[in-house]
Design a protein around this ligand. Sequence first.
Ligand SMILES: CC/C=C\C/C=C\C/C=C\C/C=C/C(=O)SCCNC(=O)CCNC(=O)[C@H](O)C(C)(C)COP(=O)(O)OP(=O)(O)OC[C@H]1O[C@@H](n2cnc3c(N)ncnc32)[C@H](O)[C@@H]1OP(=O)(O)O
Length: 286
Amino acid sequence: MMSLVTFTRNNALPLLRTSITVRIQLNSASLSSLVRLEEKQGYAVVAMHKPPVNSLSLEMIQALSESLSELEKNKCKGFILTSACPGIFSAGLDIREMYQPTEERLKEFWSSLQTLWLQLYGSKMASVALINGHAPAGGCLLAMCCDSRIMVNGKSKIGLNETKLGIVAPFWFKDTFVNTIGVRQSERALQLGSLFTPDEALKIGLVDRVLPDPEAATAVAESELKEFLQIPAMARYLSKMRIREAALKDLLENREKDLNTFVNFATTDAVQKGLGIYLQSLAKKN
Ligand SMILES: CC/C=C\C/C=C\C/C=C\C/C=C/C(=O)SCCNC(=O)CCNC(=O)[C@H](O)C(C)(C)COP(=O)(O)OP(=O)(O)OC[C@H]1O[C@@H](n2cnc3c(N)ncnc32)[C@H](O)[C@@H]1OP(=O)(O)O
């Protein structure tokens, strides 16, 4: 189904001295059902929808990438990244992709994740993560790639908990973490695999606002995004790149090496054993 939306720059971006009407066509037919794209006045909502926990499988990662490309193609200025699965933002990487994998799929999985991170962390679009549920590991990474993070209060937790699975956050996860919460907090939290409550996350700067319920959080996410969109786009983007470009460059220049490191590490007996135990513990819970 082809949908059409009209973005009037006068409304969406008050600081731009132009009244050009930008017509945006989001070709949702070609996009996967794993991601729901909703067009709003001057921005888009990207909602992950892979029940039960929005785990980032190869298909989910590619669907997110395609959605961002679709927005870029349509000259969308900003988006809210959130979840359409109640209580879950994203459970992070789909552990089943890393457990007893074929080498070919494992490589495609990791390479797609690298692409998604480069796209999201380096995006010209302004973005707000509306974290309406748990956001461990890869889920936290997605949120950190956005320009602002609004979290709904409750039992959900956020953080990079990789060490708890017996794995290590890759250097670009770490760089994103350090750029968000600083070196000391990152060093401690990475080692401990800490998952933070919304209030704890607020205290260390991992999220920017905590709201009592999804409705309040949505309203704040919208006004936050509009604030970002009011800044002249080029100045805002180049300022963001001042902070992010070194990390982006590092992965761009070391993609192949990072891929090989990941494949070698993930397929060791020790890591496979650890992932198997972790998957069992998740299954046992139910
Ligand atoms: C030297 C270093 C070099 C290179 C680096 C190498 C390796 C590093 C690689 C990657 C970094 C990893 C990043 C990651 O993102 S790893 C994933 C981390 N995620 C988690 O630990 C979250 C696990 N899940 C949970 O804690 C809970 O599910 C959650 C709190 C999110 C939700 O709880 P809830 O009670 O609502 O649901 P559950 O009943 O637990 O789960 C439902 C269902 O979903 C399955 N599940 C959950 N999470 C995952 C997942 N991440 N992947 C796959 N499947 C998942 C769970 O097993 C249940 O399945 P079923 O029993 O079949 O219903």
